[in-house]
Design a protein around this ligand. Structure first.
Ligand SMILES: NC(=O)C1=CN([C@@H]2O[C@H](COP(=O)(O)OP(=O)(O)OC[C@H]3O[C@@H](n4cnc5c(N)ncnc54)[C@H](O)[C@@H]3O)[C@@H](O)[C@H]2O)C=CC1
Ligand SMILES: N[C@@H](CC=O)C(=O)O
Ligand code: NA
Length: 436
């Protein structure tokens, strides 16, 4: 059989890694796919830039449309990133009848509903395994491996850069900015690293996971999103003293009233497996009604691990080239006409336990004022740490762990605590997760 011809848009970390893996494992990949897979063309914005891959045998051009409009190409790999000009590139590739493989979570989270509809009209596949949790085959696991289940919830460390920063801060006491710069140099971070540290990248990924888990449309704008920029060394240390680790999680949970979609730092008991997922590694827990809890672990970013997912999609597409489009695995796991608009809960209806840190004057009665406010909002306290004030300072940090409460009650209580004349600055709050 004729080889399958692949064209690549973007030869950066993931594009370069993909060329390398396709070349290194060509024979093994062909045995799996049933056909040889070759990269014939690629487009790169800066032709003179040093690359991590060789481009021998690949016609490299500056214009992505040279790839998209090449009639010989069967599969276009979109490995540029961003949700701007690449949307038109992907739609043009689909219009030309090409299958598309992408690692681009922002594109799928923001424009996936439209892209998949167009792809189905044209009978082509848009595959996106690399877009969530890098090399972990989590899309395949949920979309195919767990298709007998009602998914109840999922929770994951789904940003490698953020987890790398939190790990280095905790283990080595390193500074946030210094570790972020290293993550960028290693090729883990997004082109705009605020996407990593402000939780936007994780929210893109959670949008995709929730859609394939619950059969709902992609709706990024409804994800509650907090990043890791407000986490201090102090909180990392206090969490540790209390027996917890701080991890940045994406959580999607089905409740009787709707679906919770949230991304935020979370205290997790240190004995839990997910609390021990470190560095650039990602992990996703998925609870199905039939299978129970399942856990998926692996590298969340980096050239070769991400290429592993891109190439697996290329193999899947190759295997499906001769199949009837009606009988393929649906893009979003559920048949397009079966996707339902289940309500997404507003954040004030979330329930969780909390870690609170506040700075208060070292005077009798201050703690009593704080605990009274919490009691008035029916918030029970699980643990309190009150430290001696540092030398020459009047304010003393108070750390509280609460039991599970409604977010609205906590918001109201925090507003009252911050208004106390004896409390200075803002209350730092981090949600606690037991993932039970
Ligand atoms: N780096 C990683 O570990 C992972 C990245 N991703 C995603 O993969 C995609 C690519 O990311 P990276 O490889 O890290 O980015 P990168 O910045 O290393 O590579 C992107 C490449 O695209 C090129 N480019 C930009 N505009 C172009 C255009 N108009 N035509 C041709 N080339 C153009 C850039 O010059 C650059 O070389 C993004 O969507 C990212 O979110 C997904 C999983 C992991
Ligand atoms: N910037 C992302 C790359 C992979 O998706 C991350 O750090 O996880
Ligand atoms: Na993946």
């Amino acid at each position: 059989m004729k080889p399958v011809k692949v064209g690549i848009l973007g030869l950066g970390t993931v594009g370069g890694g993909t060329v390398n893996v396709l070349k290194r494992n060509a024979a093994e990949i062909a045995r799996r796919a049933g056909r040889e897979i070759i990269v014939t063309r690629a487009s790169s914005r800066d032709l003179g830039k040093p690359r991590i891959c060789s481009t021998e045998g690949i016609a490299v051009t500056a214009d992505p449309y040279d790839v998209i409009n090449d009639p010989e190409i069967d599969i276009v790999l979109e490995l540029i990133g961003g949700a701007g000009p690449v949307k038109d590139m992907v739609l043009a590739a689909i219009a030309n009848g090409k299958h598309v493989v992408t690692a681009n979570k922002s594109l799928i989270a923001l424009h996936g509903n439209e892209i998949f509809a167009k792809a189905s009209e044209k009978g082509v596949i848009v595959a996106f395994e690399a877009a969530v949790a890098g090399g972990i085959p989590i899309i395949k696991a949920i979309r195919e491996g767990l298709s007998g289940n009602q998914i109840q919830w999922l929770a994951g460390i789904i940003n490698g850069t953020g987890n790398f920063i939190l790990t280095e801060m905790r283990e080595k006491g390193r500074d946030f900015a210094d570790v972020l710069a290293e993550a960028q140099a290693l090729g883990y971070a997004e082109a705009d690293p605020t996407f990593d540290v402000e939780g936007i990248d994780a929210a893109h990924k959670l949008t995709i996971l929730a859609s394939i888990a619950f059969g709902i449309p992609l709706q990024f704008e409804k994800v509650y999103t907090e990043g890791i920029t407000k986490i201090t060394r102090l909180d990392v240390d206090y969490a540790e003293k209390l027996g917890y680790r701080i991890k940045h999680l994406g959580i999607a949970r089905k409740t009787g009233e709707g679906i919770e979609l949230r991304v935020h730092p979370t205290l997790i008991p240190e004995r839990r497996l997910i609390a021990n997922v470190n560095g650039v590694m990602n992990a996703v827990l998925v609870k199905g009604d039939a299978v129970g809890p399942t856990l998926y672990y692996g590298a969340g970013a980096g050239a070769d691990p991400t290429a592993s997912a891109v190439v697996a999609d290329v193999v899947d597409v190759t295997r499906a080239l001769t199949s009837d489009p009606e009988n393929r695995v649906p893009h979003l796991a559920f048949q397009p006409e079966a996707i339902k608009d289940i309500p997404i809960l507003a954040p004030d209806r979330f329930k969780s336990a909390y870690y609170l840190r506040l700075n208060a004057e070292d005077k009798p009665g201050v703690l009593a004022d704080v605990t009274k406010i919490l009691a008035d909002h029916r918030i029970s306290i699980e643990a309190i740490i009150q430290k001696e004030p540092p030398a020459n300072e009047k304010a003393v940090p108070i750390i509280l762990l609460t039991q599970v409460t409604l977010e609205k009650e906590m918001n109201d209580a925090i507003a009252k605590i911050e208004a106390l004349p004896t409390v200075t600055g803002q209350v730092c709050r981090i949600r606690l997760e037991t993932l039970g």
